[in-house]
Design a protein around this ligand. Structure first.
Ligand SMILES: [Ca+2]
Ligand SMILES: [Ca+2]
Length: 228
């Protein structure tokens, strides 16, 4: 019996050591100061700079295929446009965003179905405000509603969109900012490319399908089981 216990202990110890040695190191580099210019990053800055303390949302507001960032706060909301090189440009003034209330929630969605991302913000002590995107520039886009055979939205589905050699990854989700729910449809900015896209979908149950020649500049419903 004693020999058996020793063998079991050795097996457990070896397994633990092997698991520990196989674990990858995780480190984070704080690039806030260079990636998000204008944000105060010194220790205690949050206490003296009340602009950034609420929720946040991620979405491609200008349709160039790069996710942009929207932050709510106690001073004013901020939109950062993705430059594509790991840095973001404060685009608040150019976007005519004048939200200065104490805002907490922010939900992204295309409320007027014109192919650009709009924003609904929830004020702390007041009514919500709906900010309708008036983007110009003619960026093309792909809109996808992912549903199961019964017609229910398949939140959690992952999509890989390939257009003219460019690959973009998205997922159907409603989660996002504090106390907010986003449009579960998938919006993909295509920039200057109006080409039909090939869309590979991995459904929440793990099944994978491909849909070919999905048209740009409109919303298309992709139903699980209808692809190849
Ligand atoms: Ca963008
Ligand atoms: Ca819109």
């Amino acid at each position: 019996m004693r020999t058996r216990i020793i063998v079991v202990v050795r097996v457990v110890l070896c397994s633990t050591i092997l698991a520990a040695s196989a674990a990858r190191a995780i480190t984070f580099a704080d690039v806030t100061a260079t990636a998000l210019p204008g944000i105060a990053t010194a220790p205690g800055a949050e206490a003296v700079d009340p602009k950034y303390s609420g929720g946040g949302a991620v979405g491609d507001c200008d349709g160039d295929g790069l996710p942009d960032l929207y932050f709510t706060g106690s001073g004013h909301d901020v939109l950062y446009r993705n430059r594509g090189d790991g840095t973001f440009e404060d685009f608040t003034v150019q976007a005519s965003l004048g939200v200065t209330a104490a805002v907490r929630g922010a939900a992204f969605g295309d409320v007027d179905n014109d192919g650009d991302i709009d924003v609904l913000v929830a004020n702390n002590n007041g009514p919500p405000r709906l900010l309708v995107n008036q983007a110009t520039g003619g960026a093309h886009w792909l809109g996808l509603r992912l549903v199961g055979a019964g017609g229910r939205d398949q939140v959690g589905a992952r999509v890989r969109v390939t257009t003219a050699g460019t690959v973009r990854h998205r997922r159907a989700h409603a989660d996002g900012s504090y106390a907010s729910a986003n449009d579960p449809r998938v919006h993909v900015g295509l920039g200057a490319s109006p080409s039909p896209s090939e869309v590979a979908v991995q459904w929440p149950d793990g099944r994978a399908e491909t849909f070919s020649a999905v048209p740009a500049d409109r919303y298309t419903t992709l139903t699980e089981g209808a692809g190849r």
